[in-house]
Each structure stands twice: as C-alpha cells, then as structure tokens.
Design a protein around this ligand. Structure first.
Ligand SMILES: Cc1cc2nc3c(=O)[nH]c(=O)nc-3n(C[C@H](O)[C@H](O)[C@H](O)COP(=O)(O)OP(=O)(O)OC[C@H]3O[C@@H](n4cnc5c(N)ncnc54)[C@H](O)[C@@H]3O)c2cc1C
Length: 428
C-alpha cells in the first residue's frame, strides 16, 4: 500500500530525522535509510522539554519506558513563575494533559529515539552536498552526493537537516532567517553545586521573568539514573551587532550572562555561581535565536512528471519556531508520524497528492505555533516587569497553549484522512 517499497533517504539524524525514522519503521515503510553528517551521535546539547502532544506519539512507538527512564518524570507543575528581583513565587501553570511533559537532555532523547532503530538503518559521517534530479531513462529519480565522495539513489528524499538545511537550499528555498532580537545562554548546574534551598526550588520548572529577558530552569533527568541536573536557559535581549562570531553558536563567558542579571534575586546569583562551579573554563553555550518565516510549499516533485518521486522537508528545515513554547522538536515528532502514515497508507498513486494532504494537515498548526511562539517570548519576559505580579494571569497563559498540548495528530489523521488513507493493516 502507499509508497511502502520506495527508497526513502532521510537527510539529517537530529531530533526530526530520528523521529521520522521511528515513525517510518513503526508504520511499516520498508526501504528507509538515514544519512547524518556527524561521525557519531554526540553527547552535546541542552535540556529539552517534550510535551504531551509529542509524548503520546513516542509512547505509541513503545518508547514510554525509555523516555520515563531518561527524563524528569511528573513534576508538580508545568511552570512556576518567580519575581526576578525578590525571588518570590508569583503563580504557576498546571500540567496540561496526559502523558505529562518530560524534561531531559537532548542526548538522552536521542538515546531513546535510537533504542528501536537497527544500526543498519543509520549511515553516519554522511554530509549531504547536493541532490541530482536524474533524467536519464532507467536511472533512479534522485542521487544524493556526500562530502566523502560516496553517493546513493533514492525515490523520495526527506530533508531533516535543520534550520540551515542544505536540502532546502538545494530546492531553491534558501531564504534569509530572521534574528529574533534575543540570544540564549544554555548550561547545566549540578544540584550539589547549589545551596539546599535553591536546589529544592530548582527541582521544579521555574521562570524568573525580568525586563525583556528571562531565565528558565528545566529540572532534567532523574535521580535514579543520576542524570538529574538543572538545565539553565537564559533568554536575553542583545543587538545582533554585539554578536562577533560567524555561526549562530559560540562558547561565551558565564560573566556575559551575569552582566544581564547582576541585580536579580539571590537564587539567580546561586545559579550563576553553580554554572561557574560546573564549568572548568567559566564558559557556557550562547546561541543567537533565529527563525524563518513559514514556507509556502514544503516539497518539490520530479519535473518530468514521475508520479512517485519527490523531495520534502520536515522539522526545522520546514517549520522552525522560536523555543518559547518548547515546540520545535514536538512539531517534528508530530510531523514525523503524520508523514510516515501518509506515505505508508496513501490509497492512490500520486505522491504529490500525498505530500499536499500532509502539508495541508500540518502547515496550519506549525504556522500557528511559529506565530504564537513569537508572542509567547514577549509574555515570558516583560516590557514592564514592575507590574508583572499584578498582571500575571496563569489561566490566560494556560488557555493560550491548551490547543498545542491537547492535540492528537493520530486522531486528526484518522478523521481528515478517512477518504484518502487505508488503515486496514495499520498499527495506529
Ligand atoms: C534554545 C532552544 C531551546 C529549545 N527547546 C526546545 C524544547 O524544549 N522542546 C522542543 O520541542 N524543542 C525545543 N527547541 C527546538 C529544537 O531544538 C528543534 O526544533 C529541533 O532540534 C529540530 O530538529 P531537526 O531535526 O529539524 O533539526 P536538528 O536537531 O538541528 O538536526 C539536524 C540534523 O541534520 C544534520 N545535518 C545538517 N546538515 C546536514 C547535511 N548537509 N548532511 C547530513 N546531515 C546534516 C545535523 O548534523 C543534525 O543532526 C529548542 C531550540 C532552541 C534553540
């Protein structure tokens, strides 16, 4: 059924590519291979939050046990807000729906996503340079060329190579990303490096909202597996002119974050001291936050009219978003199961129709996430922090995000795909 026997090449083994691969194998796509530029899956990265809308998909793949092992488990609230100057509790947002949000290190999330994948499906050290659209009779629709000189043929190419995607550029869609006005400082603090009271506070998801900046703490991992740490994410407004490196990511002095928060509450000063204790060179990750405007079209078809060959984008390459609702990876996980299901269970023989259906299903939601994440960034900090406590309205914040967390992509596929998808031999 569908395109189950087609040669599918996934470019990029980040959170989006690995989510799609899980979905592809789960739904029964047979001929799928992933190409990742890194020679191995690294241990670098930061803390991530995976919310119920994405966790219910990972649980469907059979990853519940692994995700629970690697993550924080159920926390007392989705997020707690504290006054940036006094440290006083302002209010909180309750958890949205089941399964609850899971907080974990990016590398541990990748470990979970790798758990059910046979090694043979992963080709590492493969940096994609270009994709040939072949025209010769009898040749494969596409040939992917890698930096190491090797190449491979494919019928369908899925570009999961992130916000700076080569596949996207190769499709002629290389528009300029927009600087959000914010940089983000990311690091970890060991609980043993904090005074007891602050360590207890930071066992919860805490947001210190300040003037046009905020510090978010994600208590990632858990004690049983000794992976528990406070992931520190400091969103700071900085003009792009002060950015002095070529890429968007750099190692920065912890003092540079400290400059922004010198007069903040004692708990924040403890966080800065804790970051320094855990960093031999007094440095942490600093990243300029970029986002692209939503794309009109996520795919291209073979120009010669071949009906079952095409290229499509998934994850940040198609629908990047600012991280203020913690949804970039979650959207990639949702898109992964949606695309795999459509490819596997499509009733007709037109790949273009299948791509169109998939894009129509996903784009309104990912566009809305991109738009509302800009707004959430403004609400997470504040232009007038002195009025913060009196105007804080957790119910309104929760109401803003319910539509994200309570959504079930599998249900949506069943309803909207009733006429075009055949679920007869489906595991969904
Ligand atoms: C500060 C911050 C906090 C965030 N927090 C959250 C959060 O809490 N929750 C959440 O859901 N999301 C979060 N996100 C978003 C999330 O990190 C991204 O949306 C997600 O990583 C996108 O996955 P991806 O696979 O599309 O891209 P990436 O994860 O960037 O992966 C791309 C992969 O492609 C590979 N690649 C690139 N080019 C090539 C090539 N030419 N050939 C072969 N391979 C290639 C790369 O090596 C990489 O492995 C956050 C983002 C930021 C910046």
């Amino acid at each position: 059924m569908g395109f189950e026997d087609k040669r599918i090449a996934i470019v990029g083994g980040g959170l989006g590519g690995m989510s799609f691969l899980n979905a592809a194998l789960y739904t029964g796509l047979k001929n799928v291979q992933l190409y990742e530029q890194a020679p191995q899956f690294g241990q670098v990265g930061a803390g991530v939050s995976i919310t119920s809308n994405a966790n219910r998909i990972l649980d469907t793949f059979g990853l519940k046990e692994s995700m629970t092992r690697n993550s924080s488990g159920q926390l007392p609230a989705y997020m707690e807000y504290h006054n940036y100057k006094t440290g006083e509790y302002v209010g909180q947002i309750e958890e949205f729906s089941e399964p609850p949000t899971r907080l974990l290190h990016r590398a541990h999330l990748l470990d979970s996503l790798k758990e059910r994948i046979p090694e043979s499906r992963l080709s590492l050290g493969k940096h994609l340079k270009t994709v040939d659209r072949n025209t010769a009779a009898g040749s494969a629709p596409y040939t992917l060329h890698f930096q190491d000189g090797s190449s491979t043929d494919a019928d369908i190419v899925i570009g999961c190579d992130g916000i700076k995607s080569n596949v996207r550029r190769d499709m002629g869609l290389g528009d300029d990303p927009n600087y959000s006005g914010q940089v983000v400082y990311r690091g970890f603090v060991d609980y043993k490096d904090l005074p007891t009271e602050t360590a207890q506070l930071l066992r919860r998801t805490v947001n210190f909202r300040g003037p046009k900046r905020h510090i978010l703490i994600l208590p990632i991992g858990n004690k049983d597996t000794q992976t528990d740490r406070a992931a520190v994410i400091g969103f700071m407004s900085e003009p792009i002119e002060s950015w002095d490196t070529e890429g968007w990511m750099a190692r920065s002095d912890i003092d540079s974050l400290h400059e922004h928060v010198r007069d903040w509450c004692p708990a924040v000063q403890d966080i800065i001291a804790g970051l320094k204790k855990g960093s031999p060179d007094d440095k942490m990750l600093k990243q300029a936050l970029y986002v692209r405007d939503p794309l009109e079209k996520w795919y291209e078809m073979k120009a010669d009219g071949q009906k079952d060959a095409g290229i499509i984008l998934l994850g940040d390459s198609a629908h990047s978003t600012l991280p203020h609702q913690g949804q970039g990876t979650c959207m990639a996980i949702e898109s992964g199961i949606a695309l795999a299901t459509v490819l596997r269970h499509w009733k007709g023989d037109s790949l273009e129709d299948a791509f169109k259906f998939y894009q129509n299903l996903r784009k309104p939601r990912t566009d809305r996430v991109t738009k509302t994440s800009y707004e959430a960034g403004k609400l997470a900090s504040s232009d007038s922090p002195d009025q913060l406590d009196s105007t804080f309205n957790p119910d309104a914040l929760m109401e803003r995000m319910k539509w994200i967390m309570e959504y079930n992509v599998l249900e949506d596929l069943r309803i909207k795909g009733a006429d075009v998808l055949d679920f007869q031999d489906s595991r969904l």
